[in-house]
Write a protein that binds this ligand. Structure first.
Ligand SMILES: Nc1nc2c(c(=O)[nH]1)N[C@H]1C(S)=C(S)[C@@H](COP(=O)(O)OP(=O)(O)OC[C@H]3O[C@@H](n4cnc5c(=O)[nH]c(N)nc54)[C@H](O)[C@@H]3O)O[C@H]1N2
Ligand SMILES: Nc1nc2c(c(=O)[nH]1)N[C@H]1C(S)=C(S)[C@@H](COP(=O)(O)OP(=O)(O)OC[C@H]3O[C@@H](n4cnc5c(=O)[nH]c(N)nc54)[C@H](O)[C@@H]3O)O[C@H]1N2
Ligand code: SF4
Ligand SMILES: [Mo]
Length: 721
């Protein structure tokens, strides 16, 4: 039997469930991961990523020293990024001095807002707090954002409009207290697997009724009492028809509406047109299913809604989310245990990265940048002259890339993201990326975006540093260093401290300057706690064994599992009248299939982490899922190579003929660089949330030959170091 040299307790670096991990290491080498049975979010359960997905830490493609590009990337040659001849290794001093010179020079010449920063929802709260502090306090720009823009922006904006707060209202584990719950636009069993286990228990053990609203026959459909297989992009019609039924049949909670909401009459009037018959015509879901689902949810004692990207990643994502928020406001299924509006957050620390202010319109704690009150608060805390911080709202991720084309943005600092796989319409996005004058990538690997960088800074992984992540339950949990940083890699926060001190010196600004002398990550969380009331009571000592759920208002505050018990942050919750607007690109004779994109259990986003490890052996290539009826019509067999083309690009991959998808809808996961789904997707945005329509565009599928498939070389490039 192997006796572990040591075991370090930490938090999973993949999804927002936030499972507790024990990393077993010997000789500074992690060889096994387990989880304790008393872990609050997962009770000892782990999915395949938490259990086996740690080996990217040791992959030979990991970059362990700072690099500078010797030759600039040639147009159209992404693969060259992995060619060592293009890079030279340099010292940390050389790298940070070079970045200091280039960023200050560009900012002086082209203005503060010519710089932009991407934060990292994989990194800690501490890392991200410092990145936004550097952008704001030193470079005086609010051009800082992160992947939440591509993710839950629609939900965030809708929840802010309706309730004044954007986080999940309840704790995921409360699902066993629901008697009816709706899952919509969330492939929970593959994307939040441990929450899915709790949902299955709610149905099987506690007798809850589940309504799944999703265009694909996802695994949770097996557990469901009802499956409403709507056409992609028709959620507003469907959920508003449910509201219509609740109104007509007087199934609403009058006392709740009177006491806690506003604008009900105008809303109710706007629901008149959403008859179930209209919704059936638009969504394909039969009238009686709509009526049944509305009755089931409205009559529940404890009803809850869980949703993810099928709702938010749409050109009307804000309206989609509003249409489900209305159901909770009509029925009063909010503000109590076992109820709630629960947008499941995706990345391990996307909640925390938003809380830490990696947002173009908000300081940490959602304090608006265009308000003098909040700007003055941060000026005082960071010892900045009065009026020194920018009051101008910054650009969002999607706008930052577009602003490269106009020359408005000249430089991009990417801390742990991969926009060249994760942004929509990649052929176009690549062209924009090339327009930038200076790019810094701070990551573990040179991913498809690092391929465009001028300087690469090696950060270390979650296993090599201390800090905190905030999970989807708003639970702040510890991340602990299990092994020494590999090679010359460093924690993100320490890289930023070092860089910020150099920039501060370089600028020789007179008078006081912001503090950058942090010696430990907790010092940073304490500073965040002084500025963000919701984090005021979080200390490492208090979260030593179990995390605390924000808001934690002072050092004696127990944390807040259920939000909105007495009131909403906006006082009353607001109903919003809605219209049904069709998706931006509809099918036609030429492009007759709807493409929807998303995830599989074994892979993470663009694959930088999971394709650099054994998870890739479990799911080595992306497949396009097509319904047997469509496959027969198109003459496509299971396993056959096909071309999938949209108006923006073409990919070649193998087909999987399956009834997991519905007629007229094909699905491609976006992890594969060989057949990247975002070559096809459309870059239209929701007008309020600025989130792209990743879930719906029109494509056609044609048979291809084996020779058309991408050469295995394209994938092998990744591991060639
Ligand atoms: N294994 C794995 N897990 C992950 C991730 C990962 O990369 N890999 N990423 C994490 C992140 S950042 C996030 S944000 C989450 C995302 O979690 P999910 O949103 O569950 O992930 P997707 O695969 O994008 O699934 C979207 C779901 O929406 C459905 N859908 C598509 N179009 C529509 C529509 O028009 N209406 C409705 N109602 N539904 C629709 C799809 O069929 C699918 O079930 O996952 C997190 N977990
Ligand atoms: N077609 C399509 N596109 C999508 C989506 C979709 O459903 N369909 N979903 C969107 C969504 S919801 C999201 S969240 C985005 C995700 O998009 P991204 O955030 O761009 O994707 P990731 O691959 O998660 O990028 C994380 C990067 O951080 C690095 N990293 C890991 N740990 C650390 C660390 O501690 N420090 C640093 N500095 N780096 C680290 C990893 O190596 C990796 O390169 O994709 C979006 N794009
Ligand atoms: S469910 Fe999420 S947090 Fe838990 S082990 Fe899997 S990826 Fe990690
Ligand atoms: Mo996400």
């Amino acid at each position: 039997m192997i006796t572990p040299d040591r075991m370090t307790r930490t938090t999973c670096p993949y999804c927002g469930v936030g499972c507790t991990l024990d990393l077993h290491a010997r000789d500074d080498y992690i060889y096994k991961v387990t989880s304790p049975f008393d872990a609050v979010s997962n009770h000892g359960n782990l999915c395949v990523k938490g259990r086996f997905g740690y080996d990217f830490v040791y992959n030979r493609a990991r970059v362990l020293t700072p690099l500078i590009r010797v030759k600039r990337q040639q147009p159209g040659s992404r693969a060259q990024a992995f060619n060592l001849d293009e890079w030279r290794s340099i010292s940390w001093d050389e790298a940070l001095d070079h970045i200091t010179n280039r960023l200050t020079e560009i900012s002086r010449r082209s203005g503060a807002d010519s710089l932009a920063f991407y934060g990292c929802a994989k990194a800690t709260n501490e890392d991200n707090f410092l990145l936004q502090k550097m952008a704001r306090a030193l470079f005086r720009t609010n051009n800082i954002d992160h992947c939440t823009r591509l993710c839950h922006a629609g939900s965030v904006v809708a929840l802010q409009k309706a309730l004044g707060s954007s986080a999940m209202s309840n704790t995921a584990a409360e699902v066993i207290e629901n008697d009816v719950f709706i899952i919509t636009g969330s492939n929970t069993a593959e994307t939040h697997p441990i929450i899915a286990i709790q949902m299955k228990a709610a149905v099987r053990k506690y007798g809850a009724k589940l309504i799944v609203v999703d265009p694909r026959r996802i695994e949770m459909v097996k557990e469901a009492t009802m499956w409403l297989a709507l056409k992609p992009g028709t959620d507003v019609a469907l959920f508003s028809a449910m509201a219509h039924v609740i109104l007509k049949e007087k199934l609403y909670n009058e006392a709740f509406i009177r006491a806690r909401t506003q604008n009900f009459e105008a809303f109710a009037e706007s629901m008149e047109k959403f008859t179930p018959a209209f919704a059936e015509e638009v969504s394909g879901v039969p009238v009686d299913q709509i009526v049944q689902a509305a009755r089931l949810y409205a009559r529940a004692k404890n009803g809850a809604i869980y949703w993810t990207l099928g709702i938010s990643q749409s050109s009307h994502g804000t309206d989609n989310a509003l249409s489900i928020i209305h159901l909770a406001l009509l029925t009063g299924h909010i503000g109590r245990r076992g109820t709630g509006l629960n947008p499941l957050r995706g990345q391990n620390n996307v909640q925390g990265t938003s809380d830490a202010g990696v947002m173009p319109w908000h300081y940490p704690g959602y304090q608006p940048v265009d308000s003098d009150v909040s700007a003055e608060k941060f000026e005082k805390a960071w010892r900045i002259e009065s009026g020194g911080l920018s009051r101008r709202r910054g650009l969002t991720t999607t706008e930052i890339i577009s602003a490269a084309a106009t020359g408005e943005v000249r430089s991009l600092y990417i801390m742990g993201e991969n926009p060249m796989m994760s942004e929509p319409n990649l052929n176009h996005t690549h062209e924009l990326m090339k327009e930038l004058e200076f790019i810094v990538a701070q990551d573990l690997f040179i991913n498809e975006s690092g391929a465009f960088a001028d300087v690469f800074l090696p950060s270390c992984s979650w296993a090599e540093k201390d800090g905190t992540f905030t999970n989807t339950d708003r639970r702040v949990q510890r991340v602990r260093k299990a092994i020494e940083p590999r090679g010359k890699s460093r924690p993100d926060w320490s890289i930023i401290c070092d860089l910020a001190q150099r920039i501060e010196k370089h600028r020789e600004r007179n008078g006081a300057s912001a503090y950058w002398g942090y010696s430990h990550s907790e010092e940073i969380l304490r500073e965040m706690g002084r500025l963000v009331p919701e984090y005021a009571g979080v200390t490492y000592a208090r979260i030593e064994t179990t995390g605390l759920q924000t808001p934690v208002l002072d050092e004696n505050h127990p944390g807040t599992p259920v939000l909105f018990t007495d009131t909403f942050p906006s006082g009353r919750a607001t109903f919003h009248p809605l219209q049904y607007i069709p998706s931006a690109e509809l099918v036609d004779a030429e492009y007759s299939l709807i493409l929807t994109t998303g995830r599989v259990l074994e892979h993470w986003h663009g694959g930088t982490m999971t394709r650099h490890g054994r998870l890739d052996e479990l799911y080595p290539e992306a497949l396009v899922e097509v319904h047997p009826g469509d496959a027969a019509r198109l003459g496509v067999k299971d396993g056959q190579a096909v071309h999938v083309a949209s108006r923006r690009g073409t990919v070649c991959l193998r087909a999987r003929v399956t009834d997991k998808t519905t007629p007229g809808v094909v699905f491609i996961p976006f992890f594969s660089v060989e057949a990247s789904a975002n070559t096809l997707t459309i870059d239209v945005l929701d007008p309020y949330a600025r989130i792209p329509e990743y879930k719906i565009c029109a494509v056609r599928m044609t048979a291809a030959s084996e020779e058309d498939l991408p050469h295995p070389h394209v994938k092998a490039e990744r591991g060639r170091w």
